[in-house]
Design a protein around this ligand. Structure first.
Ligand code: CAA
Length: 258
């Protein structure tokens, strides 16, 4: 498919999506969000792909939702267009793991997009923030919700109320990002980790992702019950027999994905 604002390429078993609007620091207008979703969905449906990496440029992962696109909109128009909301929600429906490889600015909707992914690998120059308060609005795509769950109330309040920006190292210390690498290395490391995950038992990976994300939405009791059901369910897959047999025979497992 021909995209205007993103680039796509496949690295072994990983689909790479690169946001590519350099003149606007990868600001996320509706078209860009749609393209990101379309590319991720296409990889999600492709059996030769096991995980995805979403990245931007060295200077900007994404500097937020596109302010110029929304500046003149009325509240009714924002609601009618379901501005960014529907797309952020649908990214949550992607089944395969998505790793955000973040360098430079990850602000507003950019930070929210990274947080909507399953892991964040950052370059040492990454900057995370929710500066919407400067525009007279609040985060609209998860910034007040996912950030609290990642870093806790105290820091989230500073970020959301007073535009505190987090360096990559701070984001790592506070648990927002998984790992920090040099600017030269972060993307390759994200691809390496994604390829490692892509080489694992696909159905187990899918359910593992689903259940970790579920922990944000359901009670502990319900989450534990669903986890156990999925654990039992996996005993109906060939990969479970293969994985346990391979362990007993001291050989690598040969995953089939069923
Ligand atoms: N939307 C639209 N255009 C943007 C943009 C955005 N979020 N961020 C940057 N740009 C554009 C600039 O307008 C500029 O375009 P022109 O050259 O045509 O003027 C170009 O990108 C380069 O930006 P700067 O000249 O400002 O670059 P800088 O290096 O001096 O500053 C920056 C970088 C600190 C990131 C600054 O651009 C900035 O503050 N951007 C806005 C960040 C922001 O407020 N994000 C939140 C948006 S609202 C949101 O995301 C809502 C939500 O929750 C979903």
């Amino acid at each position: 498919m021909a995209y205007e604002n993103i680039l796509t390429e496949i690295h072994e078993r990983v689909g790479l999506v690169t946001i590519n609007r350099p003149k606007a620091l990868n600001a996320l207008n509706s078209q860009t969000m749609q393209e990101i979703y379309d590319a991720l969905s296409a990889y999600d449906a492709n059996d030769s792909i096991g995980a995805m990496v979403l990245t931007g440029s060295e200077k900007a992962f994404a500097a937020g939702a596109d302010i110029k696109e929304m500046m003149d909109a009325s509240a009714v128009e924002m609601v009618r267009r379901d501005f960014i909301g529907a797309l952020y929600d649908s990214i949550m429906a992607i089944n395969k793991p998505v790793i955000a490889a973040v360098s430079g600015f990850a602000l507003g909707g950019g930070c929210e997009l990274a947080m909507a992914c399953d892991m964040i690998i950052a370059s040492e120059s990454a900057v995370f923030g929710q500066p919407e308060i400067n525009l007279g609005v609040i985060p609209g795509a998860g910034g007040t919700q996912r950030l609290v769950r990642a870093v806790g109330k105290a820091l989230a309040m500073e970020v959301v109320l007073n535009d505190r920006r987090l360096t990559a190292e701070e984001a790592y210390q506070f648990g927002l990002v998984n790992r920090v690498y040099s600017t030269e290395a972060y993307l390759n490391e994200a691809l390496r980790i994604a390829n490692e995950i892509a080489a694992r038992a696909p159905i187990a990976v899918r359910l593992a992702k689903e259940m970790v994300n579920k922990s944000f939405e359901v009670s502990l009791r319900e989450g534990l019950a669903q986890e156990r059901r999925n654990f039992y369910f996996l005993f109906s897959t060939e990969d479970q027999s293969e994985g346990m047999q391979a362990f007993a025979e001291k050989r690598p497992a040969d995953w089939k994905g069923h």
